[in-house]
Ligand binder design. Structure first.
Ligand SMILES: Cc1ncc(COP(=O)(O)O)c(C=O)c1O
Length: 359
């Protein structure tokens, strides 16, 4: 009975996901050959993102990494600046920082993604802190504020928390600049792409000049074709057309998924091998990859589908730390329930399957 109901659920989910209207729009833009530079629908996308996320400025990019690269250049930091970041930082973001020659200081996080306080981290001034809010969860300002001063600039990686509100504010309102990847299976997805959000007109203007030749706003280089101060990093317009549907519906999508995830955690809270009390589901949103569950005895838990593992490098100093496999990572203790599986199955089915595989 559950399986039959689940089959209908899956079919219904797949039909809803077809995004027919979006597909038609994309087809139309291709047909009329309006798919390069900055067509009006890219501006519409940026404007709607500004409104939805209560940010004065939004600028689109070819990827989240590109958005971050331009954002950090717009801060005009010195080459040896001190940058504080979490070990849970997307590898391509760390690559950018390494490439730009900053001094990097990584903090560990606990099983609920909150920074672990160590006195040694307060012994220097940071020019910049990069806070990644991972897998739909907020890194609480109370936890990272202990490391930084008034002078420290803040960049948020909001790629996994699209549309998440914290204390009734959009998360990006708490940072100097925030960026979001719109790649792959993100809550707002353009296939590939990224955006930045900021209230600072200088940073916004600099990013246009750095990365957006031919941008139709106030562009210093507008009269020259293909001219920008740094790499050209603009978005493929079709990514904006594709992502627009998700952006329009982000509140509804988040609410629906949050309700389902809340039910899943509530059901799993009875499992002896799990410790879930630190995951605060009421302030989550966006989501990516899977929902985390923290096992008391993860070694004896079989990795049966839909349980999946996630891993980012534990250390980027590969030359001096060939043994980085042995270093601690929060991903040693956490497994994830695959997010696509959660989305495309009914709660009844999810419950019965998880009951079977998690003891
Ligand atoms: C948290 C996070 N930050 C940054 C990125 C990089 O974004 P992109 O792949 O669009 O360059 C990703 C990509 O998945 C990500 O998950």
């Amino acid at each position: 009975m559950i399986n039959l109901y689940n089959l209908f659920y899956k079919i219904f989910y797949k039909i809803l996901r077809l995004k027919l209207l979006t597909a038609f729009k994309v087809f139309y833009f291709v047909l009329i050959n309006n798919v390069s530079k900055y067509p009006a629908y890219v501006n519409d996308f940026e404007n709607l993102a500004s409104v939805k996320f209560n940010s004065k400025y939004c600028l689109s990019f070819s990827s989240g990494t590109a958005a971050f690269y331009s954002a950090i250049l717009s801060l005009k930091l010195q080459r040896n600046s001190n940058v504080l970041l979490s070990k849970i930082t997307f590898p391509s973001v760390v690559r950018v920082l390494k490439f730009l020659g900053y001094n990097l200081y990584f903090f560990d996080t606990n099983e609920y993604f909150q920074p672990i306080y160590k006195k040694e981290f307060t012994e220097r001034e940071y020019d910049l802190a990069i806070i990644t809010h991972p897998f739909g969860f907020v890194v609480s300002p109370n936890n990272y504020n202990r490391f930084i001063s008034e002078k420290t600039k803040l960049i948020f990686d909001c790629s996994h928390v699209h549309g998440l509100k914290y204390n009734n504010k959009n998360l990006n309102e708490l940072a100097d600049i925030s960026f979001m990847s719109l790649q792959g299976q993100k809550a707002i997805s353009g296939g590939e792409g990224g955006i930045i959000l900021t209230n600072d007109s200088t940073y916004h203007q600099r990013m246009i000049e750095l990365s957006h030749p031919g941008h139709n706003l106030n562009n210093f280089f507008k009269e020259f074709t293909g001219m920008s101060k740094n790499l050209k990093l603009r978005m493929h317009p079709l990514a904006a057309a594709i992502a627009l549907t998700d952006l329009k519906n982000i509140e509804k999508k988040n609410q629906k998924l949050r309700d389902k995830i809340e039910k899943i955690y509530s059901f799993l809270s009875n499992k002896n091998n799990l410790e879930l009390s630190g995951f605060k589901i009421n302030e989550t949103g966006g989501y990516h990859f899977g929902i985390p569950i923290y096992f008391k005895d993860v070694k004896n838990q079989k990795l049966n589908w839909p349980l999946v593992k996630y891993n980012w490098p534990r250390n980027y100093d590969f030359k001096n730390n060939p043994s980085h496999e042995k270093l601690y990572s929060v991903f040693d203790k956490i497994l994830f329930i695959d997010l696509n599986w959660i989305k495309s199955n009914s709660f009844l089915y999810i419950k019965s399957k998880l009951d079977f595989i998690i003891k």
